[in-house]
Design a protein around this ligand. Structure first.
Ligand SMILES: [Zn+2]
Ligand SMILES: [Zn+2]
Length: 376
């Protein structure tokens, strides 16, 4: 009876919030829009089913007491049934509002699975920060089945044609009357002879052996907009694997791998650059060059600038995805203290020490603010 708990990886006495959290984490991993692996969809349905029961105190109590039967139609209650993909997607959407934080740039959720649909293909594109700043066209090459040119995807030897399936009469479905404790019902399932296709091939194409597709290497050019982050991916509809016998093609899912740029720390659309300055530079003031994704830029540091001062270069950060605006480049000024002095430097510092005066006893900014807060 701990099956649902095990699916979500939570203890039997886990509070509701923990169940929600555990489910969300797993769902983000197995959501079919995020995970093209064929087994991910089944897993997504399973965990959603478990979640849907355990999140509801009444269903959960029934489940704890009677197991699956407790939430089943026969157990007096809640009408348990296996969730299908669209229900699972709806449940996830209802409680979590979508994939959040991990956004497909193009195209929405997938519709009903087609038995003859080709697989999704996942590729990763490496990007530099300069690519993110400017946007870039990348050519990706990957191995993926493509339509067989010999039979034009039909799977039948040229000159012959697939014929209607004798088992199902071409409908692709078989209907069976079945009896259960609730009465008689008709079950519809894909035809075992033609696997739901409605036709059978009598003479298979020799090149593809009736598959209608062959191994191939594909080249696709992907336009990556400016401002993307590692959380984004692109879905190129129909650019994945060709489906067998002219079935619809899968999607090409382009994941992004953005290389860290040692110079900057990225915070969304803003970039942070740490600029060390010597004591004389901050004391006397200085013009210095700082890097931006768009080339170097000169900033003026005023005489008497304090350590940890921030200079904000507006619009020199990264483009905001899908907009014409840009984030900022935040320059943090630090005062660098030399670790070792030459004889000459030491003499000059000693000389300076005679003239520089006493530093304030405490940092004036902090104490005046504290006094203000205390009403003094
Ligand atoms: Zn062929
Ligand atoms: Zn059939």
């Amino acid at each position: 009876m701990s099956e649902f708990y095990a699916l979500l990886g939570v203890a039997r006495d886990a509070p509701e919030a923990e169940i929600k959290k555990a489910y969300r984490k797993l769902a983000m991993e197995f959501h079919p829009d995020r995970n093209p692996a064929p087994e991910a969809e089944a897993r997504f349905k399973e965990i959603t089913e478990a979640y849907e029961v355990l999140r509801d105190p009444q269903k959960r109590a029934a489940y704890d007491r009677y197991g699956r039967a407790g939430v089943g139609a026969g157990g007096g209650g809640f009408g348990f049934h296996h969730v299908d993909l669209s229900e699972a997607l709806n449940i996830f959407m209802r409680d979590f509002g979508g994939l959040g934080g991990f956004d497909s740039l193009f195209g929405g959720g997938r519709t009903r699975a087609d038995a003859r649909r080709g697989q999704d293909v996942r590729v990763t594109v490496k990007l530099s920060l300069a690519d993110v700043a400017a946007g870039i066209k990348k050519t990706v090459r990957f191995k993926s089945p493509d339509r067989c040119a010999t039979c034009q995807g039909s799977g039948a030897t040229p000159g012959t044609k697939p014929v209607p399936c004798g088992t199902c009469g071409g409908s692709g479905e078989v209907r069976r009357a079945a009896r259960s404790m609730f009465g008689q019902f008709v079950s519809v399932s894909p035809c075992p002879t033609c696997a739901g296709e409605g036709v059978v091939i009598q003479q298979a194409c020799e090149v593809c052996r009736g598959e209608g597709r062959v191994r191939a290497e594909k080249t696709v050019t992907v336009e990556i907009p400016a401002g993307v982050s590692t959380n984004n991916y692109l879905t190129l509809r129909g650019q994945g694997a060709a489906g067998p016998r002219n079935g619809p093609a899968g999607d090409l899912i382009v994941m992004l791998d953005i290389k860290d740029d040692d110079r900057f720390e990225r915070q969304g659309d803003d970039l942070i650059f740490d600029l060390p300055l010597s004591f004389s530079q901050v004391a006397l003031g200085v013009q210095v060059k700082v890097p931006t994704p768009y080339g170097e830029e000169e900033i003026r540091v005023a005489p008497g600038t304090q350590p940890e001062t921030i200079v904000r270069l507006r619009g020199r950060g990264l483009p905001v995805l899908g907009q014409s605006s840009k984030g900022d480049l935040i320059v943090r000024l630090h005062v660098w203290t030399p670790e070792r002095l030459t004889g000459e430097q030491e003499r000059l510092f000693a000389e300076l020490a005679k003239h520089e005066g006493e530093p304030p006893k405490r940092s004036p900014g902090f104490w005046s603010k504290l006094k203000e807060a205390l009403g003094a």
